[in-house]
Design a binder for this molecule. Sequence first.
Ligand code: BGC
Length: 728
Amino acid sequence: MNDQFVDDLLARMTWQEKLGQLQITYHPDAGRTRDLVSAGMGCIFWQGSAEATNAMQRHAVTHTRLGIPLLVGLDVIHGQRTIFPTPLALAASFQPELAEVVARISGREAASGGVNWTFSPMVDVSRDPRWGRVVEGFGEDVLLNSTFGAAMVRGYQGDDLAAAGAIAACAKHFVGYGHAEGGRDYNTTDMSEYRLRNTYLPPFKAVLEAGAATVMAAFNTIDGVPVHANGRLLTEVLREEWGFEGVVVGDADGVMNLIPHGVAANPSEALLLAFRAGLTVEMGGNLVKDGIHVLTDAELSPTVVDDAVRRVLTLKVALGLFDDPYVDPEREILEATPEHRQIARDVAASSMVLLKNDDALLPLAEPRRILVTGPHANSTDHLGAWVQSFATPSGSIVDELRRRLPETEVLLSLGATFLGGDEPSLAAEAASRASESDLVVVFVGEPGNLSGEAASRSDLRLPGQQEALIHAIADTGVPFIVVIESGRPLALSEWFHRAPAVLQAWHLGTEAPHAIVSALTGRTAPSGKLPVSLPRSSSQVPIFYSHENTGRPATVGGQLEPTKWDPALHGPNNVDDKYSSKYLDLDLGPLLPFGHGLTYTRFEYSEARVSTETLSLDSLRHGATFGLEITVTNVGERAGDEIVQLYVHDLVAHRVQPIRVLRKFSQVHLEAGESRSVSFHLCFEDLAFWSESHLTPGFDVEAGAFDVFIGGSSDAALATRIEVTTAP
Ligand code: BGC
């Protein structure tokens, strides 16, 4: 089955049948969906079971003139039945190979029920954690989004889309959605071509190179043009520049949103704008309406429609749907299997980030009596945003602790609810129980629905009275650990200094309680690193490691300390550094940097070794590389995993460069006392940036010096300086 098959089919289709292929409706009831399929609709949302989905496929195949099978889409974001850590948590593993496994299992579970298309992965670089959808992507960094996105695509699609268990991936949301003004969902995005090309487009390029079959248009505008009507992005960049031959689906009602955006006056105008710009499938249900088609071939060019239909049919062929659109209901996977659960535990262990661990409080030495408190202690809300109602639920942490530590008395006191309005007595009661315990573990954070779509927050602190609970526990003097489950990086400054140990656990999915207890007890060791900087305060965002230096970088943070403040003479105490880029009332930089994460052992880095300090631009263009090698030693008393990170700074270029860019990372497992050398190769792409004013507009390397930093976070020390020369 090939292009010829598609061309022949296309030649037999009526205008109405063609338009039908270019639509997917969401969430209508089965009766309504059947009517729309009868009217020619070619794509549906999953029907909830293998049997119901088979029935709809059968309807399409037997009750429409040409019997074209259906694309069946669903948001399988971090699991179908087995829920894995959220994408943001997954990114904290810095192990893209885990994302591939997660996607493969999720795809297999979904495919067993008849899903053949997932709206994942999201590769929107997210630098403003007020935006709730930061949880759905891989954080603030370009390379993390690119590598994790590509790994997810490989996991979902495998080598052959027609193979059992493979489903089509969708790179979303193209493009710039993570840059919404003020972090408000669906809001305006405006940015230079320079930033678009260097930061927001590269992850999409990477996932398309990994073979993503589809792309979803973003809700936002760029340059005043909503992406759903943006021909420059959907046609010029995606198709003409990058040669994308797959399907571009609109986001839910994204085409109709062109009306409130103010670029279309009515539905047909909105549809015309979108299809002319390069959209392939409208999501929302406006193209085929009760059998009456709103667009005529006088309005929309048949060439545009034929091209879109060809893309949809080609995908259906690739998925093998014309050979067999059905799945075996007997083999539908209905809940997490023990094997999948075990993998979910392993992935969760690698996703947790140990933010601090004073006095090696963790792992827990078998305490006689512990108090667990905080809203996450007894809740079962650990799955995270974007899960469906049929996902395998998780249990509670307190139950898991009691099961796993039979020798320990585990007391429970709620301490605070998620959103507050609490009786102050809740924290007071927890504090009094704390005094009867050897140790307290405070489980705080956000419920799952406080992140994800339409879940932006203006205040990044723990919601409700949870900070008050932490202070109340700290006041008792009993040693305590804070475990944070959240869908975004939170602002922890107001209590962080008081907590001896803090574990960032994100939302880890079905196996969250098991994985968290394993990490606390030392059966596993948290080995993740922050895929996002932790801000000092909500008003400091966006704050991200890969920023530009500015003409006046600050060296001293601001502090409005009344004792040092002399308004007559100096103003703030750091007046020497006054005319620099900072806030007068905040320390410099984030609370904790991107890439930071401790574990239950410590690592030391040797001096770096470099294969050559100088390469000519010409040889770099022809494939020469700088080889770098560093020895990492586990200097602690137990085995552990380290994520070795390499950052590059281009010192002088004709356009300003970020102070550091993550270019390589690698996970290394070391037994206690073991040393291992880790090597990297920096090639042309690793030193290049995009500019329209290069000799040839595009990515290029400019000769000069580059600093290379290698270590365990974005604060890594300078490893070496390398030089690219113009000499041949
Ligand atoms: C979201 C998409 C999602 C779609 C379908 C939209 O509201 O923005 O990410 O894939 O709904 O559920």
